[in-house]
Ligand binder design. Structure first.
Ligand code: TYD
Length: 408
């Protein structure tokens, strides 16, 4: 197991142990495959020097992002709208700064859900998962390189466009990349003087506030805060000049970076930094307390589900999320406690959940409402509650674990 922080090289201090875990998105096609399932130890640490929260063991990137990657961004209409607004914001920024003929590069362009909005610009997506990258090429005719973002990629960008990059953007990707230093170095070396890097990822402050430990799984190596991102950026002569909280993925932060002393820091950023200091995201004690709350969340959830089992209540899980892989494996929740998952994603249906092997059904197979749904896709609560009015009207109840285990 690693002992040091990937950024500063100083000691990585463990504060949370989530036990033996399978890949968060590693849904299994058949019982046969179950025999060869991959597991790793999921432990989380904090570095006093870089202030970066990170997992100790990250499975090899090729294991996670390959031709079978199960996450298609475009399946959510809410996310489509989110990316529409985000892309408009980038376009407005370019206009306001009078940056002509810009080059826009997306790191981790998935199926093109956002990149398609830059088709009229010099654009390029970098996406290592072949299946999703193919969708962006075929369906939206986007320029995409099917590879991991690396120094070699920079040469290709230079050969193709003969200019520096004006906007790098990335959503829910940078936190997945183990060699984040190389990414920042490569970005810094290829960014135009007035260029920006904008990225968003689940925000550490929200994870602490919501006790959403299920954000922790193999794909999420780093859990960013403004403090840790600032320290990382500084190494590569970059700095944060703005930030804005996002509701996506259970509470994210969008970070705006530029070369040092290019744009002045916004008021909004200063306020967010103050909030972060209050939350003490730069102190180990914060994470030790978080770990205690996670243990107590596990105990409460197990005892609630056992109580419902004794009462012969039917409990299903709503949304076969990667996040719930962490919960169910940490709490050892199998199909005696939660009989099935229900999920509207075709490629997850009729498969078995990673580790605990709970069957995933399509909603078409739902003959009778359960007594309770465990809200595994809690980050889509609004959308789901709107959709499930009938279940609620019929007396159906929800079980959630954020911010504490309760029935709603
Ligand atoms: P997602 O938000 O991507 O979480 P994670 O990153 O932890 O996997 O997953 C949401 C899942 O919930 C996805 O598989 C689709 C499913 N879902 C439904 O089945 N019905 C719905 O109405 C919504 C909003 C999501």
């Amino acid at each position: 197991m690693r002992k040091t922080c990937r950024i500063s090289g100083d000691k990585l201090i463990q504060f949370l142990d989530l036990g033996k875990q399978p890949l968060g998105n590693g849904f299994l096609i058949s019982k046969k495959k179950i025999v060869r399932e991959y597991f790793y130890k999921l432990k989380v640490g904090f570095s006093k020097k870089s202030n970066m929260v990170q997992i100790f063991n990250a499975p090899k990137k090729e294991k996670m992002f390959n031709k079978n990657y199960a996450f298609y961004s475009s399946t959510s209409s809410y996310m489509d709208d989110h990316f529409k607004k985000f892309s408009n914001q980038i376009k407005r920024f370019l206009k306001s700064k009078n940056i002509k003929n810009p080059l826009i590069v997306e790191i981790g362009s998935n199926d093109g859900i956002m990149l398609k909005r830059f088709k009229k610009f010099n654009h390029l997506g970098i996406e290592p998962s072949r299946n999703v990258a193919k969708v962006s090429k075929k369906k939206f005719s986007c320029n995409v390189l099917i590879e991991f973002f690396s120094k070699k990629t920079l040469n290709k960008i230079h050969r193709k466009f003969k200019k520096k990059v004006d906007v790098y953007y990335s959503t829910n990707v940078l936190g997945h990349i183990e060699d984040i230093k190389a990414v920042f170095n490569n970005i810094s070396n290829s960014l135009s003087n007035r260029g920006i890097l904008i990225f968003e990822d689940p925000y550490l402050g929200q994870i602490i506030k919501k006790n959403s430990y299920d954000q922790i799984y193999d794909e999420h190596i780093y859990f960013f805060s403004l403090i840790s991102v600032s320290k990382l950026a500084e190494i590569y002569n970059l700095e944060i000049f703005d930030a804005s909280p996002q509701t996506t993925h259970g509470g994210s932060m969008r970070y705006y970076l530029c070369k040092k002393n290019t744009y002045s820091k916004t008021k909004r950023l200063k306020q967010l930094l103050k909030n972060e200091k209050k939350l003490k995201l730069d102190e180990l004690s914060t994470f030790k307390l978080f770990s205690k709350r996670v243990e107590s969340s596990r105990n409460k959830l197990i005892s609630l589900l056992n109580k419902l089992k004794k009462q012969k209540k039917i409990v299903y899980a709503y949304g076969a999320t990667a996040k719930s892989t962490t919960i169910f494996n940490f709490c050892k929740i199998k199909d005696d406690l939660i009989k099935y998952y229900f999920d509207n994603t075709k490629i997850k249906q009729n498969k078995y959940s990673p580790g605990m092997h709970i069957k995933v059904n399509s909603f078409q197979k739902l003959k009778k409402y359960p007594d309770y749904y465990f809200l595994s896709a809690w980050n889509h609560k609004k959308e789901i509650f709107k959709k499930e009015k009938k279940f609620i009207k019929n007396g159906g109840k929800w079980i959630t674990h954020v911010p504490t285990v309760k029935i709603i």
